[in-house]
Design a protein around this ligand. Sequence first.
Ligand code: DP6
Length: 356
Amino acid sequence: MSETILTVKKATIEYQSPSNIALVKYWGKKGVQIPMNPSISFTLSNCATTTSVEFEHSTEEEEVAFEFLFEGEPKPSFHPKLAKFFSLVTQDFPELKQYRLTINSSNSFPHSSGIASSASAMSALALCLGDFEKKLKEDNYPYNIQERVSHWARLGSGSACRSVFPGLALWGKTPEVEGSSDEFAIEVDDVAPVFKDYCDIVLLVDKGKKKISSTVGHQLMDGHPYANARINHANENLGRLMKILQKGDVDDFIEVVENEALTLHAMMLASNPGFFLIHDGTLKIIEKIRYFREQEGVKLCFTLDAGANVHLLYPKEDHDTVTAFVIENLLEYCENEAYICDSVGRGPKRLNEIYE
Ligand code: DP6
């Protein structure tokens, strides 16, 4: 069957996509962005990237011609990463090479907050491309668009494939969940009410650029002496967490989530070369969280990404108590007392779509 493909002279598509925070961590990859273990995350709400892509029809090129602007300023330093991304996406969507792209991106969170923006940025960009392809192929569009977009987002940055979905998203093949895949993430919606509006206060302990990029960090899992043990452990934690999320057991949630965060950093410490991203302030915050939980019985816990910042996770009903605790006890460890209040969100939003 021959495909009918529309030619659009000019189009603008704009998306806002949130960041996400992993509960079971993706750490280590193989092949083209295939994770060594399954991961699951909360999609956030306030920490987001807005990206608009202008598509202009031109003659077909070898590669996608594009310009990238961050907050209105050209950012050539992003070009190599984007060029690699487009070379992978055009294997699925070769018609994209007939367009010149102007990409404009901005983040809701401050420039240097130490928050990784690759998840929200690559998912926002993939969403714009997904809608554009659907428009070009109109009635002959045979794909599940969310799977396709999540797959493209993954090619840009592994964790980005989870940001395409609201609530909770799982990436990586696991016998625990039917339909799970290494290629794209899926939404997890069989979740107890308490986890549907869970809160996350991000404590900005270090707002600087990461000392080590995730890409380099993932590479250190190749030949890591504890790699197999970690992969088995992540699979076990994932299986446990799936049941916990369904049951709504917050105590068990805390146990698995904190264990995952500390294991991630333990893997970094035991890498060759070993590295540590935790600061004094990170450790102080962890101690205080645990002490407060023991003393007051408030069900807050922490998780960490590949950096010094702490994500403080807790049920919505504890919001006032936790905020008061943070202001009184934890801000002294944050750079310029900076923190961000976020919560589980509803996923990406299309902000604009114009075709000429
Ligand atoms: C520790 O998705 O940033 O945040 O695929 O190289 O872009 P690349 O890595 P990235 O890694 C995220 C690692 C993590 C854990 C997680 O989000 O699951």
